[in-house]
Design a protein. Sequence first.
Length: 247
Amino acid sequence: MAQPVLEWQAGTVTEIRPETRQTKSFTLALPKWMAHRAGMHYDVRLTAPDGYQTERSYSVASAPERVGVVELTVERIEDGEVSPYLHDVVVTGDQIEVRGPIGGYFVWEVALGGPLLLIGGGSGVVPLMAMLRHRAAQHATVPVRILYSTRTPDDVIYRQELDSLAAGDRGFEAFFTFTRLAPPGWTGYRRRIDAAMLGEVIKPFGTRARVYVCGPTLLVEAVASALVPMGLPIEQIRTERFGPTGV
Ligand SMILES: Cc1cc2nc3c(=O)[nH]c(=O)nc-3n(C[C@H](O)[C@H](O)[C@H](O)COP(=O)(O)OP(=O)(O)OC[C@H]3O[C@@H](n4cnc5c(N)ncnc54)[C@H](O)[C@@H]3O)c2cc1C
């Protein structure tokens, strides 16, 4: 079925929440809100006074159960065009033009089942968080594990929420790997995601796992090419690439 043509609409920023040094979450109230599927994104369009326009995509972080609003979590890219504007200029009450929800491939909903393995790098955790929030809102018991790679512990987005979800839910486990700096006494992973790490995290699920991988292109490609030799059917692996650099 063809997707309906989506119109641009002006969302009102109702809340801005710092998540880490480099990321902030923006809650937008949308006059023409439509339920998304966890994993979908919105396009954000900025227009300069001279009429110049530029667009970027941002995944929805919130669950579809949060009616009327979408939450976008944006990492500030130092020399970027759009993300520094969102971080440094936009304030609560501003209006931002958005179009969405977009995408139908990198999506998960409870009815698709599991077990689910979510693999994220940096801000690639955003659509995975929407999946976890959707699962929690539905009180679903689908087994899920997340493997989340960041440079340092301070770069982990949604840390508290991930920890409290894991504490209250025996069906959910979170694994972190820090590629540059691990906290003192850290006994977990401290390297880029590799085949050995994937093998350990996927073990209880085996080849039944449905896998969603999102993050920098290098991470996504490394993970996908390590998963295929493990015998995972290709149609069980879904990927989304956010940007050019590696974590
Ligand atoms: C489907 C989809 C969903 C996305 N969801 C999110 C999201 O939820 N949160 C989020 O923060 N971003 C997300 N992105 C990335 C986002 O669309 C922008 O690419 C990002 O914010 C950079 O835009 P910019 O205008 O600030 O930088 P640009 O002006 O586009 O780029 C500036 C410089 O930074 C480099 N660069 C661009 N993107 C990245 C990146 N992601 N990491 C490192 N370097 C980069 C460019 O190569 C360039 O050198 C998503 C992308 C896609 C395709």
